[in-house]
Design a protein around this ligand. Structure first.
Ligand SMILES: C[S@@+](CC[C@H](N)C(=O)[O-])C[C@H]1O[C@@H](n2cnc3c(N)ncnc32)[C@H](O)[C@@H]1O
Length: 249
């Protein structure tokens, strides 16, 4: 099964690190507030964060009272940053591909993932492995690119614009064609997987994960109006989709 490790590409890592660390970014302004609002009380809980990246979420979970957090990621560079800037005594960072999580010895009170599942080829298989790592009755909360955002071919702008550059419409390309998309984004040949909404839902259901909540990202009007260059398109389509699921007792 193909495993991409684009975050260890020097240029890509630097780009991502700068975006993720900037004052106004999609993660902190859009993704994180929604994801955090979907989490249960973390006090005393054991947490697995898949695709933990630079560790910002793992650190938040530790600060929210988690007993322990295991963050796994395929990228050495992302983990080196996490260990340097987002460590805590109860956080463990481990280099591991999400395709290999069946090797983890342990069960968790909460499994989370932020914006990492775009990179997995076998989404259905991953959901089954995740279920096996969850304690009975525990929750699984994750975000990923919204299928309307991943239905992009990279050849054209993501938006149809006015003559002055204002975003008029979101361009959706081949929504029903699932699978690998290789696009030019920061680097040539950036790879991610596009799946439809129904494929995501059916994979969760077939893995035995009960969906309790689904959210789609939006941005408050004030933020969109304050930063039209960054968030001006968000009104046309959601960037991210979120699920909160439970493993039946
Ligand atoms: C968009 S970043 C998100 C990082 C972090 N969760 C956050 O919210 O800031 C995607 C992360 O997924 C990781 N990733 C990509 N493919 C992976 C794989 N096959 N196994 C584990 N991690 C992977 C990348 O290295 C990267 O750190």
């Amino acid at each position: 099964m193909a495993k991409q490790n684009v975050y260890d590409n020097e240029a890509f890592f630097e780009y991502f690190k700068n975006c993720r660390s900037s004052e106004v970014n999609f993660n902190d302004c859009i993704e994180t507030p929604i994801l955090l609002s979907m989490l249960p009380d973390l006090r005393g809980k054991t947490v697995l964060d898949i695709g933990c990246g630079m560790g910002q979420h793992a650190r938040q979970y530790a600060d929210m009272g988690a007993e322990s957090v295991l963050g796994i990621d395929i990228s050495e560079k992302m983990l080196a940053y996490a260990k340097a800037y987002n460590s805590a005594p109860n956080i463990t960072y481990e280099r591991m591909a999400m395709e290999d999580i069946a090797a983890i010895d342990g069960r968790f009170d909460l499994v989370t993932s932020s914006l990492a599942f775009d990179y997995v080829e076998d989404f259905g298989g991953l959901m089954k492995h995740i279920r096996a790592l969850m304690k009975d009755g525990s929750e699984f909360v994750f975000s990923m690119s919204h299928p309307m955002a991943s239905a992009w071919d990279g050849a054209y702008d993501r938006y149809t614009r006015t003559a002055t550059g204002e975003r008029l419409y979101a361009n959706i390309h081949n929504y029903s064609v699932e699978g690998l998309r290789k696009v030019k984004w920061v680097i040539d040949g950036y790879e991610c997987y596009h799946r439809t909404v129904s494929t995501l839902i059916n994979a969760l259901v077939q893995a035995g994960l009960g969906i309790e909540e689904c959210r789609e990202s939006s941005v408050p009007d004030e933020l969109r109006e304050k930063h039209p260059d960054i968030f001006g398109g968000v009104i046309h389509r959601p960037d991210f989709i979120f699920f909160r699921c439970r493993k039946a007792e």
